[in-house]
Design a protein around this ligand. Structure first.
Ligand SMILES: [Fe+2]
Ligand SMILES: [Fe+2]
Length: 322
C-alpha cells in the first residue's frame, strides 16, 4: 500500500513538473473556423474482427508484387501503431484543449485496434509456416528502442524527445491518410478480385486513418512544435518509409513459398502494378508528400472524408462491430 501511495505521489509530481515545462498553443488545435466544423467527427474505435482462415497467400490474385506491397503494412503496423498509442498516452496529460483530448482518446482507441488487426494477419502467416519474425523483430527494435523512451535523460530532454516522437507520428500519419484515401478509391482491387476480407480490412483501416488524419498534427502544433521540427521529422520519415517498404517487399519475396527460389521484385513490377491501379502511383506520392512542407498546411486540406464515412457505413467488419 505504501508503495502504491508513493508511486501515485511520484507520478502526480512528475506529471505536474512535466506539464509546467510544456507550453501549449491553445490556438493551434486545427482549424476552428465554422467552415471546417464538419471535418470534426467523434472518433470511435470499432471493435472489428476478421477471419483469415480462407486467405490465399497471394490475396491479390496472380499478383505477388501487389500482395507483398500491401503485406508491408502488416509487417510495420503492429509495432508502429503500438508506438503511436504509447506516445499519445504520454502526451495526453499535457493537453489543455478539451476537443483535442477527446480526439486523442479516439485516436488511441482506433490505433490500438488497428495494431491488433494487423497482428492477426501475422498470426495467419505463422500458421501457414511463413516466418516473418526476422523482419518484424527489426521493426519492433526500431519503434521500441530507436524511437522509444529515453528515461535516463533530463526532464527537459525527455520533453523535447516526446515532442519529437509526436512529430514523427504526425509525419507518418500523413502517409497513412494518403494511403487510406487511395485504398478507398482503388476499384482495380474490386475488378481483379482481391480477397474480400482483406480489402474490407484495408478499407476499414484506411477510412479510420482518413477520419483521424489531423489528430497527430493538431497534437504536434498544440505542443508548439515549430515548422522546422515538422519538416525535419518528415525529412527523416519519408526516406525511412521508402527504405522499409523496399526491404519489406524484398523480404516477403524471400519467404514466399509459392515463388520460385531467387525471385526478386523489380522496379518494373512496381510501375506495372501502379499503371493498373493496384498500388499507389509515384505522381500521387510526390504531389501529396510535398503538401506537408507547405507553410500553412493542415491535414484537413487533404480529401477523402466523404469516401471514409460512406465506406464505414457499408464495411462488413465495421457494421458487425456495432
Ligand atoms: Fe492506424
Ligand atoms: Fe492513424
Amino acid at each position: 500500500m505504501f508503495t502504491a501511495m508513493f508511486t501515485a505521489m511520484f507520478t502526480a509530481m512528475f506529471t505536474d513538473m512535466f506539464t509546467d515545462m510544456f507550453t501549449v498553443d491553445d490556438q493551434a488545435v486545427g482549424p476552428h473556423d465554422a467552415s471546417l466544423d464538419h471535418e470534426r467527427l467523434v472518433l470511435e474505435a470499432r471493435d472489428v474482427e476478421f477471419d483469415w482462415a480462407e486467405l490465399p497467400l497471394h490475396y491479390v490474385p496472380d499478383e505477388p508484387f501487389s500482395t507483398h506491397v500491401l503485406n508491408v503494412l502488416h509487417l510495420l503496423l503492429p509495432a508502429g501503431e503500438e508506438f503511436f498509442v504509447e506516445v499519445f498516452k504520454k502526451a495526453l496529460p499535457f493537453i489543455k484543449d478539451d476537443q483535442l483530448r477527446l480526439d486523442m482518446h479516439g485516436f488511441i482507441g482506433q490505433e490500438a485496434v488497428h495494431s491488433q488487426a494487423h497482428s492477426g494477419v501475422l498470426d495467419h502467416f505463422a500458421a501457414q509456416g511463413v516466418d516473418v519474425t526476422p523482419y518484424t523483430d527489426q521493426i519492433r527494435w526500431l519503434f521500441e528502442k530507436l524511437l522509444g523512451d529515453r528515461p535516463r535523460r533530463s526532464l527537459r530532454r525527455q520533453h523535447s524527445w516526446l515532442l519529437e516522437q509526436v512529430s514523427f507520428v504526425s509525419a507518418i500519419e500523413h502517409y497513412t491518410a494518403i494511403l487510406g484515401e487511395w485504398i478507398l478509391s482503388a476499384p482495380a482491387h474490386d475488378a481483379i478480385g482481391t480477397d474480400r476480407t482483406m480489402l474490407d480490412m484495408l478499407r476499414w483501416h484506411g477510412a479510420e486513418e482518413v477520419e483521424h488524419k489531423a489528430v497527430a498534427f493538431d497534437t504536434m502544433k498544440h505542443l508548439q512544435a515549430g515548422y522546422w521540427r515538422q519538416v525535419r521529422a518528415q525529412l527523416v520519415v519519408t526516406p525511412a518509409m521508402l527504405w522499409l517498404w523496399i526491404r519489406g517487399v524484398r523480404f516477403m519475396y524471400s519467404v514466399d513459398p509459392q515463388l520460385p527460389p531467387g525471385t526478386k521484385p523489380r522496379w518494373r513490377d512496381y510501375f506495372r502494378a501502379a499503371r493498373r491501379g493496384l498500388v499507389p502511383g509515384p505522381m500521387r506520392f510526390i504531389r501529396v508528400v510535398g503538401d506537408y512542407y507547405r507553410p500553412g498546411f493542415h491535414p484537413s486540406q487533404l480529401g477523402g472524408l466523404e469516401l471514409a464515412v460512406d465506406y464505414l457505413a457499408v464495411s462488413p467488419a465495421a457494421r458487425a462491430s456495432h
